[in-house]
Design a protein around this ligand. Structure first.
Ligand SMILES: [Zn+2]
Length: 314
């Protein structure tokens, strides 16, 4: 039995790889830029380079398998990444085979949100929880559903796209082509879009963004709200409301034991989380709405890479 696995967290801007023990301890990590704009062959070379960097300290013979968490959609039957929006030029890239051939190891490929859900289930806050939903709210909104201790993917993949549940049919346009998806109403990108459109020229938000409307982001909104900016406060309140409604839908359909929340937007502090939870409970039915525990991720920045490693352990 080999002692270690390798996790690779492939993001749009950086690749974080790590050698991980079977108990979830990171022995060595490598962080390099993705260089996504240079196209798939450069990115694949960078993934290989980041794995080789790790092998300076632990030989390949001690590695059992390599797990990769990547932007989806993933075609599981063939280990192919289809056409992720933040990896330009990628169309049907057989990443599993390319990395497997290079290192002669078993490679498991999973979309990043599902990998993070497995990470929380294996090493994080949801350890031992049978039924839970992981939701990450940052620039976009992703999710993973664990049912009876296993990742639920659907027969052909594609399950767990919680960011694309429609919560306002006449709402904002979404990148997926629909209107009023949770991601279009309550992601960091959605918050920034509204602030950019509605901020007055003399507003605190614009001041904090150095007078550049295009530089307003979710953090600007958070800081402006703390300084009492009315629009910023309203955007945060509405975001919490939509997220809470989204969670209520999930609770009513799946009656999970726990919902695990992560991502940059969820770091806006306790009052924000409290408002999300209050709305979720107010709009969900008993007994599910009373039973569910709403928790924050435990693995933080390492969720992706530990989740990718955990793919090899389940
Ligand atoms: Zn959508």
């Amino acid at each position: 039995m080999k002692d270690f696995v390798i996790g690779v967290d492939l993001g749009g801007t950086k690749i974080l790889s790590a050698i991980v023990s079977k108990r979830g301890k990171i022995l060595k990590r490598s962080l390099i830029p993705t260089e996504a704009c240079q196209g798939p062959s450069r990115v694949i070379e960078n993934i290989k380079r980041s794995i080789y960097e790790l092998l300076d300290s632990v030989p390949l013979s001690k590695i059992e398998a390599i797990g990769i968490g990547a932007p989806g959609p993933v075609l599981y039957s063939e280990g192919i990444i289809l056409n992720p929006p933040n990896l330009p030029g990628w169309r049907k890239v057989p990443l599993q085979r390319l990395i497997g051939n290079e290192f002669k190891k078993k490679v498991i490929l999973e979309n990043d949100a599902n990998a993070a859900a497995i990470g929380e289930a294996t090493f994080g806050v949801a350890k031992g929880i049978k039924n839970f939903i992981y939701m990450t709210v940052s620039t976009g909104i992703g999710g993973g559903i664990i049912l009876n201790g296993k990742l639920y993917k659907g027969s052909i993949g594609g399950a767990g796209e919680v960011g694309h549940m429609i919560i306002k049919t006449d709402g904002e346009g979404c990148g997926c082509g629909n209107r009023g998806c949770l991601e279009a109403m309550a992601s960091g990108r959605a918050m920034a879009r509204r602030a950019k459109a509605e901020a007055k020229n003399n507003s605190v938000m614009l001041l904090l963004a150095g007078g550049r409307r295009d530089k307003i982001n979710a953090k600007t909104i958070e800081d402006a709200a703390k300084l009492g900016d009315k629009l910023a406060k309203e955007i945060i309140k509405d975001t919490a409301f939509y997220l809470g409604v989204g969670l209520a839908n999930l609770i009513n359909i799946l009656a999970p034991d726990m919902i695990v929340l992560g991502g940059g937007v969820m770091k806006m502090g306790k009052p924000f989380l409290h408002e999300v939870e209050r709305t979720a409970r107010a709009h969900s039915l008993p007994p599910a709405g009373e039973h569910v525990k709403i928790a924050h991720v435990k693995l933080g920045e390492d969720a992706g890479v530990l989740g990718a490693a955990a793919l090899c352990l389940t």
